[in-house]
Design a binder for this molecule. Structure first.
Ligand code: BES
Ligand code: ZN
Ligand code: MN
Length: 500
């Protein structure tokens, strides 16, 4: 898909479809929509008067121009109330418009920058959001379909008002495309079934990202992990015949200042059967997606290496299956992590914290002092926050705030839960330093805190994406399936660290 930018008047553009917009509650269209309305003898105004066009967010109305305009069709997109307009609304409208146009079998279309100008949104910010929203909204995972219902959209033309400064707008469109493609890579990996998205396949995707961007990469195999003493990760891996991989991507954006670094870590369980504490059928069905945190790291690292913020970023993905094979770890086993801490296995299905424990130790061994891990860690966070917000947990006020703010800047909602030390008693073990489970109450918190036990004095935060990694319905820029969260937050975080 190609996005080009032209300066001009959308009413004069020749296209299969042109997309304009209208705010909720207005009686007359404004801006480009007004001009098109005039050429259509007031068709849009009439549809507003009839109540067919309300301007609500998610509303799209198709008008056939029948020769009155150079464009064959006009799509009027509802922007919602003008007071509620944000960049995230722009992304959502752009994504919804893309899917709406595609459903009409239109392979190329032109669009105004929704909300720029009349809506008060900066044209450059808007252009990036349009690119992000359109590419993310048009995403689909159809590689296993013999044929799809509609052809892909080939070309999108963003029409800017003259004087907006086309060069700057083009470079922001390009940035938006880079970010949306990183989200697409994360979604592709997460949507891919577990029989093909193995730990080895994850490592191959990371190698490809590294090759394409010239990034440093290292993939540690089972022997190397054993040598480093990663007993916690290897304990999870031992029940599977798929070899585990520890994927390490390194972006050197500030080679002169090693302290200007952060580590981003992601759970890469390519299938979570639960292990010997096996899941039921319903709970197991969606567990191909248990590597979404790891996929978000690989996607974000690719975008960071292309955008090139002045900061060093290390991406770490412990990748393995959690299976109940003959060599599987047993409830009651004790394993030893890379830093020497022992963990009693209270439940083999609490495997995410076990693989992340060694990943955090490894990050610390590299000298990283600012860490964030991303994981589909607990069912408990789904109970707490549903599918609308990522759960956040941390040991450092400023660092956690910086991550939450990065999310807010890009429209990914992150909500913090406490990590009071009194929760620690839940995961005390009678025979080891800690165990990998707590009680039912506060399950997302104890899961997080067990990972935090391995961070020592590093600033560490954990994002639990068990509720937000996938969605069951199309909405705005997020089609059904893997969402690709929190790739955009991670990219924004790297940029915010680079400028602070
Ligand atoms: N991968 C699951 C968490 C999960 C649940 C992700 C639902 C997405 C949707 C994790 O490994 C798990 O099994 N967690 C257990 C922990 C428990 C055994 C302490 C859980 O949440 O039930
Ligand atoms: Zn899991
Ligand atoms: Mn599990």
């Amino acid at each position: 898909m190609d996005i080009r930018v032209v300066e001009g008047n959308i009413a004069e553009i020749e296209a299969s479809a042109v997309v304009v917009n209208i705010f909720e509650g207005v009686t007359e269209p404004g801006g480009a929509a007004a001009e098109i309305d005039k050429k259509l003898d007031g068709a849009i105004t009439a549809l507003v008067a009839d109540g067919e066009i309300k301007g609500k967010r998610g509303e799209f109305t198709l008008i056939h121009t029948l020769g009155r305009l150079p464009a064959t069709r006009v799509v009027v997109a509802g922007l919602g109330k003008s007071d509620d307009l944000t960049l995230d609304v722009v992304r959502g409208v752009a994504g919804g418009a893309g899917r709406f146009v595609r459903s009409k079998h239109v392979a190329s279309f032109a669009s105004v920058l929704h909300g720029a100008g009349a809506g008060g949104i900066d044209a450059e910010d808007c252009a990036q959001a349009m690119a992000e929203g359109t590419v993310m909204g048009l995403y689909r995972f159809d590689k296993y379909k013999s044929k799809s219902d509609t052809d892909p959209v080939e070309e999108i033309t963003l029409v800017t008002l003259s004087g907006d400064g086309i060069g700057q707008i083009e470079s922001r469109v390009e940035k938006g495309e880079i970010i949306a493609e990183a989200v697409a890579l994360c979604r592709d990996m997460s949507n891919e079934p577990a029989n093909t998205m193995t730990p080895t396949a994850m490592a191959e995707h990371a190698l490809e990202v590294a090759r394409d961007t010239g990034m440093e990469i290292e993939v540690l195999d089972r022997d190397k992990m054993a040598e480093l003493g990663m007993g916690s990760l290897l304990g999870v891996a031992q029940g599977s015949s798929e070899p585990p991989k520890l994927i390490v991507l390194k972006y050197h954006g500030d080679p002169d200042d090693e302290d200007n670094s952060l580590g981003i870590l992601g759970k890469g369980i390519t299938f979570d059967s639960g292990g010997l504490d096996i899941k039921g059928a319903a709970g197991m069905l969606t567990m191909k997606g248990d590597m979404a945190g790891g996929a978000s790291i690989i996607g974000a690292m690719g975008a960071i290496a292309r955008i090139k913020p002045k900061v060093n970023v290390v991406g770490i993905v412990p990748a393995t299956e959690n299976m109940p094979g003959g060599k599987a770890q047993r409830p009651g086993d004790v394993v030893r992590a890379m830093n020497g801490k022992t963990i009693e296995i209270g439940n083999t299905d609490a495997e995410g914290r076990l693989v992340l424990a060694d990943a955090v130790c490894y990050a610390r061994s590299l000298g990283l002092t600012r860490l964030v891990d991303v994981a589909t860690l607990t069912g408990a966070v789904v109970v707490a926050l549903g599918d609308l917000a990522i759960g956040a947990f941390g040991n450092n006020r400023e660092w956690t705030d910086q991550i939450i703010e990065a999310g807010a800047n890009v429209g990914e909602r992150i909500w913090e839960l406490p990590t009071y030390p009194e929760y620690q008693r839940q995961y005390r073990s009678d025979i080891a330093d800690i165990k990998n489970t707590g009680e039912r109450g506060g399950g997302a918190i104890t899961g997080a805190m067990i990972i935090g036990e391995f961070a020592d004095d590093a600033a560490w935060a954990h994002l639990d994406i068990a509720g937000t990694a996938k969605t069951s319905r199309n909405s705005g820029y997020t089609p059904k399936g893997a969402t690709g969260t929190p790739v955009r937050t991670l990219v924004e975080l790297a940029e915010s660290v680079s400028s602070s």
